[in-house]
Design a protein around this ligand. Sequence first.
Ligand SMILES: [Zn+2]
Length: 166
Amino acid sequence: MVSCYRCGAPNANYRRTIYTGFSTGGWWGKRSYGSRTYYGLRPVCRDCAKSIDRWNIIKLIFWVVVIVSAIFYFLNRRSNSSKVDSSSQYHYSGETARITSATGLRLRDQPSSSGTVLLTVPYDETVGIIDKNGNIETISGREANWYKVDYKGTTGWLWSGYLETK
Ligand SMILES: [Zn+2]
């Protein structure tokens, strides 16, 4: 009659893979290297087999949750980054506009008169319109919104009060 490897009870009629011990390997200072644990198929009793099975199910559920969470995390991150990529693309409306201010018009980095001036687009020059839905701003009593435009490869914002769309 074989006794249970885990608890020593008689009638060990089941076999389960269980922890059978470990080797410490060598010692270097206070740390052990090359240490490892050993698992083996051993005879166990009915109660021990049940408890081992229960733990194995809990471990399995734990890893399934971890792996599924990781998959969802990476899928979600990938779809978010592709959203960012598509929104950062410029969608040219195909429209152009002409500068009607005799002194030219300042191209700014933001849709606001406090934005940094990137360059001044001279009178009568033509710019490509990217977005006509910038902030509305009143300058010298004139109300107009900011247009996102491209002028010879420089992208910025122009106040549309001195723009004539074609
Ligand atoms: Zn047992």
